[in-house]
Design a protein around this ligand. Structure first.
Ligand code: HEC
Length: 208
């Protein structure tokens, strides 16, 4: 009895000691809290993005049909956002500074079981990050495309990524119209872009 008490007391002491020990600052750890860059201005891949908030998966993406034809197969696009930015969006209907949205493209693979067939997600084919860093980028946002490395150079602002997102994204250059949990929030907080509101008006059936 006495030794059991001692053991559990020891365990408690150990637990308290562990909890109160500050975590060592590991240079390789990328935090959730915001974008991190290398000395030569490349974005570090937020490696834990799979622990972030899931926004949507698009199949047969409309954003890049030509590329899809070239690859000869379909792709699923999974979209994640860092939890801090998600929480702020729920409060305000728009993105705070240091938002990071990850776009993960996965190859669609056909499978069958009991004479039924379907498509599931296979390997990663593309990984892009959309970052809001107001002090760093003149346009507030920047895109980075990862090609198997853990760092990526910024995509030049002349690329079509910027013009399509700015013109067509429903909230602050992002495609909130396709993220089903976010669109109602943006609608009720009245943060939809003027261009997107006009697009809805144009698409609305004429009733007389
Ligand atoms: C013709 C319009 C268009 C172009 C060009 C385009 N996108 Fe997108 N993008 C979309 C749409 C639509 C979505 C919503 C998700 C989907 O449909 O797959 C999206 C979503 C994203 C997202 C998820 C976060 C967000 O902003 O909503 C990222 C990241 C992204 N695109 C990166 C890029 C990059 C990098 C490029 C350029 C290489 C690019 N996009 C070019 C239309 C476009």
């Amino acid at each position: 009895m006495g030794s059991m008490f001692t053991n559990s007391k020891l365990f408690l002491l150990l637990a308290v000691a562990l909890l109160s020990t500050p975590l060592p600052k590991d240079a390789n750890t990328v935090s959730n809290a915001g974008p991190e860059y290398t000395a030569d201005a490349q974005l570090k891949l937020p490696e834990n993005y799979r622990e972030w908030v899931f926004l949507s998966t698009d199949y047969h993406p409309i954003s890049d049909p030509l590329k899809m034809q070239k690859m000869g197969h379909d792709v699923f696009n999974n979209i994640f956002v860092n939890p801090e930015a998600y929480k702020a969006f729920v409060q305000t209907g728009t993105w705070p500074d240091k938002t990071m949205l990850v776009f993960e493209g996965r190859r669609a693979e056909s499978v069958s079981m009991n004479n039924q067939s379907g498509d599931v997600q296979g390997s990663i084919e593309g990984l892009a990050v959309h970052v809001k860093d107001e002090a760093r980028f003149p346009g507030k946002w920047a895109f980075f495309g990862f090609h198997g490395d853990k760092t990526a150079k910024m995509i030049p602002v002349t690329a079509s990524c910027y013009s399509c997102h700015a013109a067509r994204g429903a909230v602050d250059t992002t495609f909130v119209q396709f993220y089903p949990t976010l669109l109602p929030i943006a609608t009720s907080k009245d943060t939809l872009s003027a261009a997107y509101r006009q697009e809805i008006l144009n698409a609305a059936p004429i009733t007389k």
